[in-house]
Design a protein around this ligand. Structure first.
Ligand SMILES: Cc1ncc(COP(=O)(O)O)c(C=O)c1O
Length: 334
């Protein structure tokens, strides 16, 4: 697990986890910072695993699961706010699309999946947090042929998450362009949210080595694709621009929320190829992602973007996004 040193605003965590101590001692229960448990006291999560709810210490998959052996599987990261799951239908739609694309048959229907998700949240007594929904190809043999895998496994983890400190969220991120290119659609299509994230992990390592908060990933043509787990937007002369899906961007759910908000605010938004130059000379820049939410970028490859402060359109976008997350979504406890 990659973690950054803690700041005045709190620990900057790169994954939906847990304390650093918990990461070093994986057999121990996770620290759930938003639970009713006393601060510092560990609380064991309840995990959904193939139809059963089990304590996290017992939530184990086979070493012959092709998800582990080959990254053969799919996932979604989903947030819930104020007792409601945000954009659940869209996440399930994308999960089923990913499954279809890699010829993986999800062994339960959408209704059952929805209930399993909601029940996992309830069993962990959470109102705000993050869900990691994983479907692996299942247990096979050491050969990579997926026909060996008779039944996909479903794992649902509901926990809390903090990607960046409050200070970084308010002041904005720094990004660097990385040498690792986003995989092209002909290799491993970035539209499939697969368990094979090594491309993104390699980019993330580059950002870490450069001391930046995120990595800007280009496609083989040298145009901006996205960041390691976020979509990229720039603002120039009052208009918003973002790379098209064909540039290698995931069809982000938060990206589509940004389109909805732009329409509401009457701000023109255009999908177009962007180069690093466009980012350098932008008035504002922000990223979107379920985990990162909507977050300003104030520096790219050492160049200050705009004034070096989060811009006014970005701030309006963030404010409306927060409202929507609190007011809309699938009720968990209804
Ligand atoms: C590679 C990549 N790009 C973009 C995103 C943002 O997508 P979303 O807003 O659906 O979380 C994610 C996260 O899911 C991602 O993994």
């Amino acid at each position: 697990m990659l973690t950054k040193t803690s700041t005045a605003g709190g620990a900057v965590i790169d994954e939906p986890v847990r304390s650093e101590a918990a990461a070093k001692a994986p057999a121990k229960p996770a620290l759930d910072t938003q639970s009713k448990t006393a601060p510092g006291q560990a609380r064991e999560l309840t995990i959904y695993l193939d139809g059963k709810f089990v304590p996290e210490a017992e939530a184990k998959v086979s070493v012959f699961d092709h998800g582990l052996l080959y990254g053969d599987g799919i996932f979604e990261g989903i947030r819930f706010y104020n007792g409601r799951v945000f954009r659940l239908e869209e996440h399930l739609e994308r999960l089923w699309d990913s499954a279809r694309s890699i010829c993986l048959e999800i062994p339960i229907g959408r209704g059952e999946m929805t209930e399993a998700l909601l029940e996992t949240i309830r069993r962990n007594d959470l109102r705000e947090g993050y869900i990691r929904l994983i479907v692996t190809r299942g247990v096979g043999n050491l050969g990579l042929n997926p026909t060996q895998c008779k039944r996909p496994s479903i794992i649902i983890i509901a926990t809390t998450i903090a990607l960046y400190s409050k200070e970084v969220c308010e002041k904005g991120l720094t990004v660097v362009t990385c040498a690792t290119r986003r995989t092209g659609a002909a290799a491993l299509n970035p539209a499939v949210k697969s368990l094979n994230y090594l491309n993104n992990v390699m980019a993330r390592i580059e950002a870490n080595l450069a001391g930046a908060d995120e990595a800007l990933m280009l496609n083989d043509a040298g145009n901006v694709a996205e960041c390691t787990a976020d979509n990229v937007f720039i603002i120039k002369r009052g208009q918003i621009f973002t790379p098209p899906i064909s540039a290698g961007a995931l069809r982000g759910i938060t990206r589509s929320v940004a389109f909805d908000i732009a329409a509401e605010l009457g701000i023109k938004i255009t999908e177009t190829d962007l180069t690093r130059h466009d980012v350098f000379v932008a008035d504002e820049c922000f990223l979107t992602g379920t985990a990162a939410e909507v977050i300003p970028v104030v520096k790219a490859d050492g160049r200050t973007i705009g004034t070096g402060q989060p811009g006014s359109i970005t701030l309006r976008m963030i404010s409306r996004f927060r409202e929507m997350t609190r007011e809309t979504g699938t009720p968990i406890f209804a």
